[in-house]
Design a protein around this ligand. Structure first.
Ligand code: HEC
Ligand code: HEC
Ligand code: HEC
Ligand code: HEC
Ligand code: HEC
Ligand code: HEC
Ligand code: HEC
Ligand code: HEC
Ligand code: HEC
Ligand code: HEC
Length: 302
């Protein structure tokens, strides 16, 4: 009986908007004579968004997004159920994601959207409108404090990681997914905002770029040791030291004053499996500049 409810709606709305004047967008009377703020999804809130500026000629009106929709606005005689608009959006976006996205992409192209077509979100048929809400005053995905909620609807694994004790302050609203990821596509890997993971990290952690006289070789790839989203171990470390280091460095090969570095071995009163382990001595693990002491410089010590 959906058409009956629709008919009732159409009738009430007709009586309210007998004059059929544009309400928020040029030419919207064609639609707003039936659709207005009294609906379960109050469409006129668009007037409070960037798309709702009456005088900006670059902006779409109702038909700019939903299509001309002639049979929808003027139900042909003898047809029982009102045909849908050409681009109904909402749940029906799934029937033709490419077509619905193209409506938006026809206007939003170049610049930040240059890499959209090659992006994984486009390739996987993720609708623009699964991230963006256009008929509401606040578009959650463009607000740092609410953005993650939108992403988490699809990326559940990242929700779990951001709940771990050590995490980038995304749940706290201080860092956003979009500080590291370009949702519309990027030239870098994993939708990074820069051309590489490390260069993305350096936008905030400049001191890790160096230049260092001696660089710890694997430090180029931050994700060898860090999980950027969250970890159980301090400093976003995937594994605790010394195990972290011993993935690559043989415990038994440690030279110098320490005869044996078997796990748990005592080293001048320092048990390397305790506390920060290797990091008690190798304090500058990303790289060093210590011209006064070549040995310390070589082994990332102060
Ligand atoms: C004569 C009245 C009338 C006019 C004019 C009209 N609509 Fe509708 N529209 C309806 C009715 C009735 C429904 C069905 C509502 C329901 O099922 O809850 C509907 C549903 C819709 C839907 C939801 C479709 C879906 O997924 O179920 C969209 C989107 C829509 N209209 C957009 C528009 C646009 C854009 C215009 C102007 C180009 C327009 N309408 C003009 C009566 C109208
Ligand atoms: C910038 C593009 C855009 C413009 C302009 C636009 N819409 Fe929409 N409209 C959408 C999207 C996207 C949705 C789906 C909303 C959702 O998924 O919550 C939608 C949903 C709707 C719905 C269905 C709501 C429901 O019941 O699910 C109606 C009705 C509607 N729009 C009418 C209008 C009218 C009337 C206008 C002009 C005043 C208009 N739209 C202008 C993009 C647009
Ligand atoms: C007819 C062209 C046109 C269409 C179609 C269109 N837009 Fe827009 N949109 C614009 C313009 C112009 C602006 C204002 C941009 C500016 O100020 O730089 C805008 C603004 C926006 C903004 C807000 C940006 C801001 O700075 O606040 C978002 C988000 C957006 N559009 C998404 C969409 C999505 C998603 C669709 C498809 C459902 C869509 N647009 C369809 C032209 C269009
Ligand atoms: C995976 C989620 C996601 C998808 C899909 C998505 N966007 Fe966005 N969009 C965002 C986020 C997050 C921002 C804010 C941060 C930014 O600018 O990168 C944004 C910002 C925007 C803006 C404002 C840009 C500005 O200059 O401030 C526009 C316009 C826009 N998107 C349009 C679109 C269009 C059109 C599509 C589909 C072709 C789309 N978006 C698909 C997440 C998404
Ligand atoms: C501090 C930077 C940073 C922030 C903030 C961030 N990410 Fe990431 N993300 C990365 C890096 C680096 C990778 C690639 C390495 C990896 O998967 O560990 C990645 C990978 C991903 C992947 C792909 C995972 C895979 O297995 O390939 C998804 C999905 C993702 N991030 C979603 C999110 C979401 C959602 C948010 C916000 C809630 C977010 N990210 C916030 C840096 C970040
Ligand atoms: C409607 C579902 C949906 C939403 C919402 C969504 N994504 Fe995705 N995202 C996907 C799909 C599907 C993939 C493809 C890989 C996969 O299946 O996980 C993907 C992949 C990614 C990747 C991995 C890129 C790569 O190269 O492997 C990142 C990073 C990412 N999304 C970030 C985000 C961010 C940030 C947001 C919120 C602004 C977001 N996504 C919102 C569906 C979504
Ligand atoms: C948008 C800025 C920004 C970007 C980009 C960024 N970070 Fe961070 N990072 C932060 C902030 C803010 C903190 C928290 C500092 C605090 O709490 O004092 C942080 C903290 C950290 C910490 C310490 C966590 C802890 O438990 O104390 C590590 C490790 C880290 N970031 C690594 C990375 C890596 C790796 C990347 C790239 C994948 C990256 N960051 C990209 C802003 C950023
Ligand atoms: C070989 C492992 C390893 C790699 C690779 C690595 N880190 Fe770290 N990082 C660590 C360890 C271990 C700590 C904890 C240091 C401590 O406790 O003294 C740390 C701490 C940090 C911190 C927080 C403490 C501080 O010193 O500010 C940031 C930020 C950070 N790393 C960023 C990065 C960035 C950015 C990259 C990539 C360019 C990177 N890391 C690559 C091992 C690594
Ligand atoms: C992904 C593998 C990897 C991990 C994990 C790793 N390293 Fe390294 N490390 C290397 C490589 C490769 C070199 C360079 C070896 C060379 O120059 O001969 C190196 C060099 C070093 C050196 C200088 C060696 C020399 O001969 O001068 C020290 C000290 C060091 N690492 C300590 C650590 C510590 C402490 C950790 C844990 C926080 C760690 N490394 C984690 C791969 C790793
Ligand atoms: C008590 C301080 C201390 C601790 C703890 C420590 N180291 Fe060292 N490490 C040194 C010193 C001092 C040197 C320099 C030895 C030399 O120049 O002959 C060194 C040298 C190294 C080297 C260079 C190669 C070599 O054998 O000379 C590597 C690799 C290394 N340490 C890794 C580690 C790892 C991995 C751990 C944790 C399992 C660790 N160290 C714990 C003090 C320490």
């Amino acid at each position: 009986m959906k058409w009956l409810a629709g008919l009732a709606l159409a009738l009430t709305v007709f009586s309210v908007h007998a004059a059929s004047k544009d309400v928020i967008l040029p030419g919207d009377a064609k639609c707003t004579k039936c659709h207005d703020e009294t609906e379960s999804y109050p469409v006129l809130s668009m007037g409070k968004t960037r798309h709702g500026v009456m005088v900006d000629g670059r902006l779409p009106t109702c038909t700019g997004c939903h299509g001309n929709s002639e049979t929808h606005t003027n139900k042909p005689e003898g047809v029982k159920i009102r045909p849908l608009p050409e681009f109904p959006y909402g749940k029906r976006t799934a029937d033709d994601v490419g077509g619905h996205n193209q409506v938006c992409a026809d206007c939003h192209k170049g610049g930040k959207f240059m890499d959209w077509n090659g992006s994984i979100h486009a390739a996987r048929d993720v609708p623009c409108t699964s991230c963006h809400q256009l008929h509401v005053a606040k578009d959650k995905v463009r607000d740092k404090r609410t953005q993650a909620e939108v992403c988490f609807t699809c990326h559940k694994e990242q929700r779990v990681l951001f709940n771990k004790p050590s995490h980038h302050p995304v749940p706290e609203g201080k860092v956003a997914c979009s500080d590291c990821h370009a949702s519309h596509g990027s030239a870098g890997p994993k939708l990074m905002t820069r051309d590489s993971i490390a260069n993305t990290c350096f936008t905030c952690h400049m001191e890790k770029r160096g230049p260092f006289v001696r660089k710890h070789e694997p430090a180029e790839d931050c994700t060898i040791c860090h999980n950027p989203h969250g970890a159980a171990t301090d400093n976003l470390l995937k594994v605790r030291s010394p195990m972290l280091c011993q993935q690559c460095h043989e415990p038994s090969s440690h030279r110098g004053n320490f005869p044996s570095f078997a796990a748990g071995a005592s080293t001048g009163g320092l048990n390397i499996t305790q506390a920060r382990g290797c990091l008690n001595c190798h304090t500058n693990i990303h790289g060093t500049n210590n011209p006064a002491n070549a040995g310390n410089e070589r082994t990332f010590r102060r």
